[in-house]
Design a protein around this ligand. Structure first.
Ligand SMILES: [Zn+2]
Length: 113
């Protein structure tokens, strides 16, 4: 049996990047909700770290329960952009959106995502 280790590594990298991206997305959503807080105070930093830990826990629980599937790219409903979860860059080039291509990573996203 010939195992394609490069393909396995690629799939793992996408899964981890997808999880990290979702954690970041959930943290940002809650931090933005609390934007009336004074930024860059010690209390603020501790609170952001607490939120990050709580969101990471939530994403991982959802993942292991099969309620969240990591993706290697995100295209919004209006199909105006593509965000790569591996490097975090967003492209508004419609050709990149159409071909699910990341110019930063110089790679096409697979159909599994
Ligand atoms: Zn990328």
């Amino acid at each position: 049996m010939n195992i394609n280790t490069e393909q396995i590594a690629d799939t793992l990298t996408d899964a981890i990047a997808g999880l990290a991206f979702e954690i970041g997305r959930r943290v940002r959503a809650e931090v933005e909700e609390r934007a009336m807080w004074v930024p860059s105070s010690k209390m603020w930093e501790r609170e952001v770290e607490r939120i990050a830990r709580k969101k990471a826990n939530g994403v991982l629980v959802d993942y292991f329960l099969g309620q969240f599937k990591p993706v290697s790219y995100v295209i919004p409903d209006d199909r105006s952009s593509i965000t790569c979860t591996r490097c975090g860059s967003t492209s508004y080039n419609l050709s990149n959106v159409q071909h699910r291509y990341c110019g930063q990573c110089k790679r096409f996203h697979g159909d599994h995502a």
